[in-house]
Design a protein around this ligand. Structure first.
Ligand code: WTA
Length: 672
């Protein structure tokens, strides 16, 4: 997908290499169309065939999909394979080891933050670790339906824990280990988790992060706000064991509460390697994952077992044209949906071999990604535009030291990719030989619109995945035919769509279904061209996308107004060379408070503490007043223009006090 205004540059077709095409699951556009039509015309037969690859303890009694998308006709719901019983963990591990003879195949090459730390984990070893962890959780009192919060870096134990939850029917709620203690506390409280799994500490690049300390602060905050539901905290000795040597090791003080805290290695030592999976209903919850909501309070997106299994496994197979000899690497963090679907569940369901990377792209040197691709002979590589833009800055030289000839397919996700980054990815990383699959999706949807590797030729625009029926509506909810631009919505569900917002069905319905009854509303704008390709044009609500991380203006504003000097705050996005978008904040101070450099630093620190480093504002501007309508609504459009220094303001007649705009322009920040 592409940034608005630049489509015309990229209205060009690219053809994949013949050898890729020969063996592909979807060898050409007509095969894509045939499969796509089948998926819409006969969803029952289409999804049944997918389900037949997996193990069902009891077959379904209901249809493959049942739903209501129309609020005027009752509650919104989606159900897949009602009556069936299965287990996700059994399907992604036991089935591969026992039925498909993949026990000795590597499931993950784990590569640590430091190149000295690495290990290979086979499917058999993974199964055994997962079963032991499942037994540890059971011993701690975790039962089917209980929530387990996981606050871990990208280490094998993260995968063990999530699959252990899936095995015993516990619902995992993974919180990205870059979030602050406030964010962690909020997510623990909303999920009412019984157990928290974390690690002592972790290096991200050069920086040592004391995860256990953040965890303790989060639990303390939960206790202050309400009685905490967390009874035990399981702590992986990651830093102390793996990052041995050097004085740095001694820098970390791990706070310890012997009532609550349990060391992972001690608990795992005696745990049995056998654990019977819990046979779950198809629609039992698999996990909750929090995503930003426009009110500022994160939404617990809930996914269920059977539908998510079918959809992640099928999307992985087709999006990356998976073959058994591939080595696949997705650089996302499992703390985000991309990691859930395309590091853990999708690849494992296909018996794939993946790289699991703990580190960052520029440590210990800026060629780290390319070094890893050479080391493991990675064939399929999936990353985000922000990472590409970051690495582009260092030019071609860091790549030229490594052999990247193993690469076959490149993928991108998370935000619109700008043509410059796309070309660098295609020409420099892929040497013009690897199709780039741009995948558009959301925490709520799993992969929905994408460039099929071989099925279509315009690399920045997409077609719907099987079973997905997009359409474009105008402001009045009327469907637009042919070439059109408007709201991207979906007319019917597919197995992997979210089921609800955890403990808040009302919010689920209001957020996604109220605006246009009968449709799931994505919140993104979209254009359909004359050939039927979809081009995402970006968010059309109050959400920001910083380095591929979605956040709401409201949550940053709430953090800023917690400062005693701030009366009011408004946050908008401003384009950024690497991050895509960055945060530009306007603050109105209380009477007699002064806008100083120290205050700006305090505010930045506050946002980091409240949300996490990803939300750190790049710009904070003094705003003696904000542009408001007569009814008091902040006009963000104007603030965006001030942030971007766009002087052509159009109609200002709805403003209560147009003078405000001049003042804001005179005080705008040029540089961060
Ligand atoms: C944006 C991440 C353009 C979009 C998987 C969406 C994209 C939001 C793309 C979801 C893409 C994601 N092109 N925009 N390929 N992928 N987006 O929930 O605005 O973290 O609504 O899921 O990211 O972000 P989320």
């Amino acid at each position: 997908m592409v940034v608005p205004g630049s489509q015309h540059i990229e209205d060009k077709m690219y053809n994949p290499p013949a050898e890729l095409q020969r063996d592909a699951h979807v060898p050409d556009f007509n095969s894509y169309l045939a499969l796509y039509r089948k998926s819409l015309e006969n969803p029952e037969g289409f999804w049944k065939e997918v389900a037949d690859e997996f193990f069902w303890k009891k077959p379904a009694t209901g249809p493959m999909l049942q739903y209501n998308f129309d609020m005027t006709k009752g509650n919104i719901y989606v159900k897949c394979m009602e009556g069936a019983k299965t287990n996700m963990c059994y399907n992604v591990l036991d089935r591969n080891v026992k039925e498909r003879n993949l026990g000795e195949q590597v499931a993950y090459y784990w590569e640590g933050n430091s190149p000295d730390h690495h290990m290979a984990i086979t499917y058999r070893q993974l199964l055994s670790q997962v079963c032991r962890c499942a037994n540890v959780l059971k011993q701690m009192g975790v039962k089917k339906g209980d929530r387990v919060s996981i606050y871990l870096p990208m280490i094998p134990e993260l995968v063990y824990t999530m699959l252990a939850c899936a095995r015993i029917g516990a619902v995992h709620s993974i919180v990205f280990a870059g979030f602050s203690s406030d964010s962690l506390c909020e997510r623990i409280m909303d999920a009412q988790s019984r157990i928290l799994v974390t690690a002592d500490g972790v290096y991200r690049g050069e920086k040592l992060i004391n995860l256990k300390q953040i965890t303790d602060e989060a639990l303390e905050k939960c206790r202050e706000k309400a009685s905490s539901t967390v009874t035990k905290c399981l702590v992986v000795k990651h830093h102390a064991l793996r990052a041995k040597g050097g004085a740095a090791c001694n820098k970390l003080q791990t706070p310890w509460d012997s009532e609550c805290d349990v060391w992972w290695d001690e608990a795992m030592r005696d745990a049995p390697e056998e654990c019977e999976p819990e046979w779950l209903d198809a629609e039992d919850p698999l996990f909750i994952l929090y995503t930003s909501g426009s009110t500022g309070k994160p939404k617990g997106v809930l996914h269920t077992v059977a539908g998510y299994l079918l959809y992640t496994s099928l999307t992985f197979k087709y999006v990356f044209d998976h073959h058994h000899d591939d080595v696949y690497w997705c650089t996302a963090d499992i703390g985000w949906i991309t990691g859930h679907s395309y590091i853990t569940y999708g690849p494992l369901a296909n018996g794939a071999t993946s790289v699991l990377f703990e580190g960052i792209p520029v440590h210990p040197h800026v060629g780290r990604f390319w070094e890893i691709i050479e080391k493991y002979k990675v064939t399929k590589f999936y990353t985000a535009p922000t990472a590409i833009r970051l690495l582009m800055k260092y030019g071609r030289e860091p790549l030229q030291k490594y052999d990247l000839s193993s690469l076959r397919i490149l993928g991108t996700v998370g935000e619109p990719i700008n043509p410059e980054a796309w070309h660098w990815y295609y020409d420099v990383v892929g040497r013009g030989k690897c199709p780039v699959v741009d995948t558009f999706w959301q925490t709520e949807t799993v992969n929905v619109l994408l460039c099929f590797v071989l099925a279509n030729g315009k690399h920045l625009a997409t077609f719907p995945f099987f079973g997905v029926e997009p359409t474009i509506l105008n402001e009045h909810g009327e469907e637009l035919e042919g070439e059109a631009e408007g709201y991207l919505v979906f007319r019917r569900p597919w197995p992997g769509i979210m089921r609800t917002v955890y403990r808040n069905q009302e919010r689920f319905e209001n957020t996604y279904f109220r605006k246009f009854p009968g449709f799931y509303v994505t919140g993104d704008g979209c254009r359909r061209d004359k050939d039927g390709y979809y081009w995402i044009t970006g968010r059309i609500d109050d959400m920001l996308n910083v380095s591929g991380h979605l956040m709401s203006t409201a949550e940053v504003e709430a953090a800023l107004t917690e400062h005693s000097a701030v009366a009011e705050a408004a946050v908008v996005s401003r384009p950024h060379k690497v991050k895509g978008e960055c945060l530009y904040c306007f603050v109105t101070l209380k009477d007699h408070r002064e806008f100083t450099h120290t205050l700006v630093e305090e505010l930045k620190r506050l946002v980091r503490e409240k949300i996490g480093p990803i939300a750190t504002p790049d710009f904070i501007q003094n705003a003696p007043a904000l542009p408001k309508t007569r009814s008091g609504k902040i006009m963000r459009r104007i603030l965006r223009q001030v942030a971007r220094n766009e002087k052509d303001l159009g109609d200002l007649s709805t403003l209560a006090d147009p003078k405000v705009v001049e003042i804001l322009f005179s005080q705008r920040c040029e540089a961060a």
